[in-house]
Design a binder for this molecule. Structure first.
Ligand SMILES: C[S@@+](CC[C@H](N)C(=O)[O-])C[C@H]1O[C@@H](n2cnc3c(N)ncnc32)[C@H](O)[C@@H]1O
Length: 260
């Protein structure tokens, strides 16, 4: 058995991928890098000069391309500061030197549609007279070819108007493509958080399911920035294998404890 399967390595991800992962061994990458917006991590300093940060993200992308299978998916979650709304797109542009941007998914953390009686979710409030609260992030879906078929209905939603079922050739059941706006709220936080920037459990789960679980061997899912193990836990719930890297020993300890 490959020794990297179901392991989280406490080391730099680019170095670790180079040393441990062979070419084309990964089906799905789900990750959220440090956003370089001054988040207070345990050890990582989240404030590189932006050019250096872009170079780092490009190096990561190059290594991700090498380890990803031809029909693999690379889901890359990133968000902005309200005062600097183009950064995520600049990072995506650098990653696009090595990948095709196949889908841009908007992760909606909070949504208000009062006329429909909807007002749900949480966000980190912005204390500013200029900027609106930032209630969304991106999940860029990169692939090598731009033509990887995905399993849209694996995360589909019921039709609101049931008369659609049967009316369209493709509408054979009460399930439609949910589109590229994904409402995934954070859990309500009542105490100290073990990690300042963990994503919700459902986020990696939906990415892996959208890629498609396949019929044969279990997928191998990579998270180069594993944090507290959210991606690994989702992979395991779905019957996949996982591999991850994380620089901070404290987060690795939490992740390993979570995975038992
Ligand atoms: C946005 S967080 C990921 C959180 C994760 N998705 C979760 O749910 O817990 C980014 C993580 O990258 C880690 N990190 C920073 N530099 C790294 C590097 N060079 N290699 C591996 N991990 C690194 C940080 O310690 C941090 O935990």
């Amino acid at each position: 058995m490959e020794e990297y399967l179901d392991a989280i390595f406490c080391e730099d991800c680019v170095e670790g991928m180079r040393r441990r992962l062979p070419d084309a061994c990964i089906d799905v990458i789900v990750t959220s890098p440090p956003y370089n917006i001054g988040v207070r991590y345990n050890t990582h300093q989240d404030n590189l000069p932006f050019d250096e940060y872009l170079d780092w993200m490009e190096e990561l992308a190059r290594e991700c391309r090498r380890v990803l299978k031809e029909d693999g998916s690379f889901f890359f979650n990133i968000g902005d500061r309200p005062s600097d709304e183009l950064r995520s797109l600049q990072v995506a542009q650098r990653v696009c030197r090595h990948f095709h941007l196949q889908n841009t998914i908007h992760w909606v953390k909070s949504i208000a549609a009062p006329q429909e009686g909807v007002n749900m979710g949480h966000y980190k409030p912005v204390n500013s007279p200029r900027y609106l609260n930032n209630a969304h992030e991106y999940i860029f879906h990169f692939t090598k070819s731009g033509a990887v078929a995905v399993d849209k209905l694996a995360i589909g939603v019921p039709y609101q108007d049931k008369s659609n079922i049967g009316r369209w050739k493709s509408a054979t059941q009460d399930l439609r493509d949910r589109g590229n706006t994904w409402y995934i709220p954070y859990e309500t936080v009542t105490g100290a958080k073990p990690h300042p920037a963990a994503f919700p459990d459902r986020l990696p789960e939906m990415c892996i399911r959208l890629h498609g679980l396949g019929q044969d061997d279990p997928l191998v899912v990579l998270d180069p920035f594993m944090g507290t193990g959210t991606t690994a836990a989702a992979a395991r719930r779905l019957g996949c294998r996982y591999v991850g890297f994380e620089m901070d020993p404290h987060y690795v300890e939490i992740a390993r404890a979570r995975l038992g």
